[in-house]
Structure formats: C-alpha cells, structure tokens
Design a protein around this ligand. Structure first.
Ligand SMILES: [Zn+2]
Ligand SMILES: [Zn+2]
Length: 368
C-alpha cells in the first residue's frame, strides 16, 4: 500500500505550527486510540498512521528531512517496536493516559510483537536512476514450527502467569497512586513456560531464509530507507509481526558522481580539439550522447546535458548531466609533434593571452 503524505494524514497545511499540529494529532488520535477501539484492526491502522506522521512532523530534524526527501528520507520512521502498544505509549507520554489504561491496555500487552529487521541493500547507480525490482534473501526469525511460536515443549502449553494473572503487568500501590509495571515473572508475556521446546530452546522462533522482491523507485538516493510492513520478525502469542527496513546503499560508479539530481562526469579532449572545437562522444547513464565543443573551450569548462541526470522521486522532473572538460597536455611528443608545437610557440610569440575570469573564479561560482 502506498504511504500517504504525513501532512495529509494529519489534515494540516505544510507550514503548520507545532501547536496546531499537536492539537490536530490529539483530536484525530483520540478517535482511533486502541483503548477506545479494542480489537479493531482498521482503527489500529489509522492510529498507527497518525502517530507515525506526528512522530516525524513534531521533530524539527525529521520534519526537515521528510520535507526534502519524502518517505524515503533516512531515519525518520518509528524506530524499533512499531506495534500498536508502543504507539499508544507514545500518545500517552504526550497527553497522559486519557483513557486510564484499563482492560484493553492489559489485553494489548499480551504476546510478544516481532522486532523490526534491517537489511542493507547495495544497488548500482544505474538501478538508482532507472529503478529496479531486486530479489533479496533475508534470514528472518519466524515462529518455530514445532511449538508454533509458544516456546513450550510438545504436549505442553504455556501457562497463564500466576503473578500477574496473565495481564503482563502488575499494579503497585505507592501511597495514593497505583503504578503499572511490567510483570517481573513473565516479562510482560502474560504466560510462563514450564518445559521448553527443544527445537527453539523456548524462544518460539527459528531462522528461515525468506525471499522478497524489493521495488526500487527511480531516483532513490544512498541512505534511503524503505519500510516493508509486516515482513520483520514474527510476533508470538497473537502479537503483530515486525517490519523489514531496507537501507539503500548506492555503489560508487566509475564514471559518474551524483550531486542532488545531477550527475557529473569528466571528458578528456586533446589540445587541438579544445582550441578548434569538435564533436565529442560522451557516456551518459543511459547510453552515449554527443556534445559540440565550442572553439576555444577551456580546461575545466562545464557542458550541460539536459535531462540526463537523476529523476525526482516526486514529480516528473529529471536532473542534468554536467560534463567537465579536461584538456590533456601531451607528456611525450614525437619529433614531428615537437617541431609543430615549437612552430606554434614562435607564432604566438610565446606570450599567453590574459583572461578576465580565471579557472579558479569559475570553480567558485560553480559550487555557489
Ligand atoms: Zn519451538
Ligand atoms: Zn506475569
């Protein structure tokens, strides 16, 4: 499913203030809060979407990265444990326990949600520019087939924890306050295992090599993270599966260097070509193009090939290729060449023409 724009999710304009953002999040999230909608998968999805959007937009750094790169921005997603329960904890940490915890919270605490997995995917610059479907094999912790994830030995079953009566947390009375804390006996699982499954040593998980296809969008940049929901570690005891985070690593290219949406390359030309002008073949990311070198081209001069750069992730624009000209000064000459250069030298009177702009000035302006 395509992820919706975070601003759209929260129903706010892009220049929203943090106050309005917070109000809007509170209003919408209250409606879908899991304590209000126990066992309602649709509400849970809405609540997750809202909370993730708010978590990113309420953080100035993450918001800036999101504004620039959209959903492919690095490190903006909800880190580790994106289950509904930690989302509700996030909400409660800002607004307090509006619904008082209650029965549904205890039910939500049951089971162990799967953790998120990270996979580093190396791709070529060509694939980053054109997009690609890549098959990957991920060592994924899945529910043990022998015990079906319970961790209990064959013929036995996990037992309800007597300490917390299966709730996963216990209430401690401190003066007039009752504080809920994770049950020390079952560590929040709500159940205990008397005899461990021998195949998974009671963990309930085993590693399976699973194959997934990752769709790389054209224009993706190094460091982008793609989240594949529900493809992480399996949850146990009815808790949800974790997500798989694909970290995109774009390999260095022999001929091109990327800078934002543009690709830069160097083309070497001879001294006569630079002086007299010439048609020169130039490799591009998708084939060969030709540039017309103007007579009197300088070393370091840059020619622009429009639309030969990297496509934008959003919209249809595409960057350019910047071709930097390197004029090669020959180091070894045949006697005939030496004779001709000598002749050229005396023709010029061995004086150089001075210029109003030097190569250094050009470089300064280029990177402005
Ligand atoms: Zn097992
Ligand atoms: Zn317990």
């Amino acid at each position: 499913m395509e992820k919706r724009d975070y601003y759209e999710v929260l129903g706010v304009p892009r220049d929203v203030t943090s106050d309005v953002l917070k109000k809007s999040y509170r209003k919408l999230a209250m409606k879908y809060h899991p304590d209000q909608n126990p066992d309602d998968a649709k509400a849970a999805e809405n609540f997750k979407e809202l909370t993730e959007a708010y978590q990113v937009l309420s953080d100035a750094n993450k918001r800036a990265r999101y504004d620039r790169f959209g959903h492919d921005a690095p490190d903006i997603g909800f880190g580790g444990g994106v289950d509904i329960s930690s989302m509700a904890d996030f909400f409660d940490s800002i607004f307090g326990s509006v619904f008082g915890g209650g029965v549904s919270r205890q039910r939500r605490r049951r089971g162990r949600p799967g953790r998120d997995l990270q996979y580093d995917l190396e791709i070529t610059l060509e694939d980053a520019v054109n997009g690609a479907d890549v098959k990957i094999t991920v060592p994924r912790p899945v529910r043990c087939k022998t015990c079906n994830g319970s961790g209990a030995a064959a013929g036995t079953a996990p037992e309800r924890c007597s300490q917390c009566d299966g709730a996963g947390n216990v209430r401690l009375q401190q003066g007039i306050f009752a504080v809920a804390t994770t049950c020390p006996v079952c560590k929040g699982a709500g159940e205990v295992i008397r005899e461990q499954c021998s195949d998974c040593s009671g963990k309930g998980l085993e590693i399976a090599e699973e194959e997934f296809e990752v769709s790389i969008p054209p224009g993706v940049d190094d460091g982008a993270v793609k989240v594949m929901q529900g493809l992480g570690e399996h949850g146990r005891g009815g808790a949800p599966d974790g997500d798989l985070h694909i970290m995109i690593r774009v390999l260095k290219h022999e001929q091109f260097v990327r800078r934002h949406q543009d690709l830069h390359s160097v083309v070497q030309v001879s001294y006569p070509q630079a002086v007299l002008g010439a048609d020169v073949k130039v490799p591009t990311i998708d084939g060969t193009a030709q540039i017309h070198l103007r007579p009197g081209t300088d070393n370091g001069q840059v020619y622009r090939l429009r639309g030969k750069g990297v496509p934008s992730l959003r919209g249809r624009s595409r960057g350019d290729q910047m071709v930097h000209i390197e004029v090669i000064i020959p180091k070894k000459l045949t006697p005939r060449q030496e004779e001709l250069i000598n002749e050229l030298g005396s023709e010029f009177g061995n004086k150089i023409e001075t210029r109003s702009t030097s190569l250094l000035d050009k470089l300064k302006h280029f990177f402005d």
